[in-house]
Ligand binder design. Structure first.
Ligand code: HMG
Length: 391
């Protein structure tokens, strides 16, 4: 029996900030973003779209009624949660109509927690091969107006269904993780945006990659040539490209190098247009690779580098299974083109709007475009979500 990812779904916001617009407003050259960070556009959410609506929208694109009857574990990984106590997965479980005898939990460790969620799901399915686990990595990355990280914001959710005998990819038992207690990026409870030591965070990302990769190689006698492709956490694609170059050994065959680089290009197609989606960003890279590579085949081994500030990192691998292409889409890029482009003023208002609560804890919102689900209002401090009728 194998265990792995049977389906992958993705949702993002209905609004986009093109980086030409941001460059002009912040007095930067557009090449700083398109070449320096390798980003073109960022997904921007209104107040009625949060990590719950994004997570539910991503999952509803892949789940059948049979899946909903077989899922008994719902994990939402996030670092932009909407409640300190109640898990986002409880709302998602209800919005999706998953059978009641399920475990629902929220997991956190910056951008890393989706990987922890997959590990938990894998253990669960190993013990219960006829059951399915839903793991959703959902986040809204907000750094603040005119902050250093502003051009790397984003929003989105990646939903993965973990099953036995999966139809996309199987997990290997080769995970190597590393924890180091650092302050490179963190967000105390009293702050709506993170504190970031930007350059230090990039050094920590690259050093965590180098040292975790060295340990992975030692434990598994592995070489880069064993992999058809490598996916990385994508705070912005340029950092991941530096990471790929870091793990390429001297003297690597030139044609293999260009093969890995082509796959890297395929893996950043969606993130270039969406920005950083924190926990989901590694898995958006995986989805982008699988949907945009013309050369991947069943049996290929894919390496993944997960990184969450603070910091926890992990390297592990997946094997593609026969027929994986049939479980994917070829027209996803067209969805991204449908997002409404925002002016700088509209972006600043939309992305940073806060709920204006009455003394009783009620708030109403203007109508905005969202995916299948929306936060309709807040009543007595309770968030009221709706499924939109047209979906
Ligand atoms: P910055 O001040 O925006 O940019 O900070 P910069 O001046 O360092 O320039 C960026 C790149 O653009 C440089 O390339 C410049 O040379 C280039 P590099 O030297 O790095 O190769 N550049 C140009 N290229 C072409 N034409 C031009 C031009 N001008 C400049 N005209 C920084 C960048 C990353 C610090 C900032 O964006 C930031 O603070 N970002 C947020 C933190 C972050 O993303 N860190 C990544 C590692 S931590 C992580 O991955 C975890 C995270 O996802 C959170 C979590 O785990 O929860 C963030």
């Amino acid at each position: 029996m194998t265990i792995g990812i049977d389906k992958i779904g993705f949702a993002t916001s209905q609004y986009v900030l093109k980086l030409e617009e941001l460059a002009q407003a912040r007095g930067q050259k557009i090449e700083k973003y398109t070449t320096g960070l390798m980003l073109d556009a960022l997904s921007i959410t209104p107040i009625t779209e949060d990590i719950v609506t994004l997570a539910a929208s991503a999952a509803q694109t892949i789940l059948t009624d049979d899946d909903k009857a077989a899922i008994d574990m719902v994990i939402v990984a996030t670092e932009s949660g909407i409640d300190q106590s109640k898990a986002a997965s409880v709302y998602v479980h209800q919005l999706l109509g998953i059978q009641p005898f399920a475990r629902s939990v929220e997991m956190k460790e910056a951008c890393y927690a989706g990987t922890a969620g997959l590990n938990y799901a894998k253990l669960h399915v190993e013990k219960n091969p006829d059951r399915k686990a839903l793991v959703i990595a959902s986040d809204i990355a907000k750094y603040g107006i005119a902050s250093a990280g502003e051009a790397t914001q984003g929003a989105g959710a990646v939903a993965m269904l973990v099953t036995s005998n999966p139809r996309i990819a199987t997990f290997s038992d080769d995970n190597v993780a590393q924890t180091r207690d650092i302050y490179d990026f963190w967000r105390p409870n009293y702050s709506t945006t993170p504190f970031v030591d930007g350059i230090y965070s990039t050094k920590q990302y690259l050093d965590s990659l180098k040292t975790t990769w060295a340990e992975y190689q030692k434990r598994h006698q592995a070489n880069l040539e064993d992999f058809a492709a490598f996916c990385f956490h994508l705070p912005y694609p340029k950092l991941a490209l530096k990471g790929l170059k870091k793990i390429m050994p001297k003297g690597l065959d030139e044609s293999f190098k260009s093969h890995l680089t082509n796959h890297f290009e395929a893996s950043i197609q969606y993130s270039r247009k969406v920005g950083n989606i924190y926990t989901g960003s590694l898995y958006l890279g995986l989805l982008s690779l699988l949907e945009n590579s013309q050369t991947l085949q069943a049996g290929d081994k894919i390496g993944l580098f997960s990184y969450g500030s603070g910091a926890v990192s992990e390297i592990f691998s997946l094997y593609l299974v026969d027929g994986f292409k049939e479980m994917l889409r070829s027209d996803r890029a067209a969805d991204l083109e449908k997002r409404s482009a925002l002016s700088i003023g509209a972006y600043e208002k939309l992305f940073y709007e806060e709920a204006n609560l009455t003394e009783e804890g009620n708030a109403k919102f203007d109508t905005y475009d969202t995916g299948t689900f929306a936060l309709e209002h807040i009543q007595n401090h309770q968030r009221i979500y709706v499924r939109k009728e047209h979906d």
